[in-house]
Design a protein around this ligand. Structure first.
Ligand SMILES: Nc1ncnc2c1ncn2[C@@H]1O[C@H](COP(=O)(O)OP(=O)(O)OP(=O)(O)O)[C@@H](O)[C@H]1O
Ligand SMILES: [Mg+2]
Length: 283
């Protein structure tokens, strides 16, 4: 391992993971730099959650390599787990425990020293604005509160790498901004690295230093959001678009990259319509 790769929070090299015949992750090369907020974007089924579960060691790495701060996810799972906090895509808080009990559980599991535990739990709850609701059952929380509770669970161990799979799904615009503000504040205070998936192109554009667009198990475009947008704008101009056209959005870039899948659907749609027309003519 070179010193350089040690400075990376995550390195995936030729990572592959299949479920039966489905190649969910198919030769993924990905580098997340220490201290950045990296957004993994891509259509449903692109393989984002599968890749993340390999990085968190929850899924084994059958082929290729994953390193987290230089530790091998296949060979040194405990070392990797100690470095990260993880908010899964599915809601995971225990509704039968209070907010404080949920976070305390994570503090115990992640070896936060007993003497520091109560204070660290209170701090994590405070960081996500749940101090007042801390002693209510999580089952009485709204969706946005549950998501913030899960963020507190992931933050209580002061991870060097925070991994969030769709942290703002189902949240109202104010709650979304709240979650991002909490993430940004903790990151500024601690220098933690953040790896996040999201379907919100606006959030990725606003909060991610770099994004990788994943499609069919691999990264198909990579860069700072503005670089990707400018790159598409240049290409369109080269193809004859007027120079006065506005800068493409990250959603335009997304459509461009995931286009092959979308085109197939559009093709099916056209086929259906032409079949209908034919049927009408015949009738
Ligand atoms: N446990 C599993 N068993 C079988 N197939 C799976 C399993 N988990 C994922 N897959 C398949 O692997 C592919 C990638 O799924 P994955 O959940 O990684 O995608 P994703 O990019 O996270 O999608 P989404 O945006 O919908 O969350 C899909 O075709 C999915 O059906
Ligand atoms: Mg997913």
């Amino acid at each position: 391992m070179t010193t350089d790769s040690g400075a990376h929070a995550v390195v995936c090299s030729r990572l592959a993971h299949a479920f039966g015949d489905t190649k969910a992750v198919d030769g993924l090369d990905l580098t997340v730099r220490e201290g950045e907020v990296f957004g993994l974007l891509g259509p449903n089924g692109a393989g984002k959650t599968t890749a993340i579960r390999c990085i968190t060691t929850l899924l084994r790495v059958p082929s290729g390599m994953v390193r987290v701060f230089g530790h091998d996810a296949a060979g040194d799972r405990m070392a990797v787990r100690r470095l990260l906090g993880y908010v899964p895509q599915q809601l995971s808080a225990d509704s039968g425990l209070t907010g404080r009990e949920n976070v305390s559980l994570f503090a115990r599991v992640f070896d936060v020293p007993r003497r520091e535990r109560a204070e660290r739990v209170a701090q994590a709850l405070g960081a996500v604005g749940l101090t007042d609701a801390a002693d209510r059952l999580a089952g009485t929380y709204s969706g946005g509160m549950v998501r913030r509770l899960e963020l507190a669970q992931a933050l209580v161990s002061a991870p060097r790498l925070l991994i969030l799979d769709e942290p703002t799904i189902g949240l109202d615009p104010i709650a979304r901004t709240g979650v991002w503000e909490h993430i940004t504040a903790v990151r500024e205070a601690t220098g933690m690295t953040v790896l996040v998936t999201t379907h919100s192109m606006d959030e990725a554009d606003r909060y991610c230093d770099r994004v990788g667009l994943m499609h069919r198990g691999r990264i198909r475009a990579l860069g700072a959001p503005v670089e990707l947008r400018e790159g598409l704008g240049e290409r369109r101009r080269a193809e004859g678009a007027p120079a006065t056209d506005p800068l493409p959005s990250l959603e335009d870039v997304f459509r461009d990259v995931a286009g092959s899948g979308l085109d197939e659907q559009a093709g099916d749609f056209r086929d259906v319509r032409s079949t209908r027309r034919t049927a009408r003519r015949v009738g």
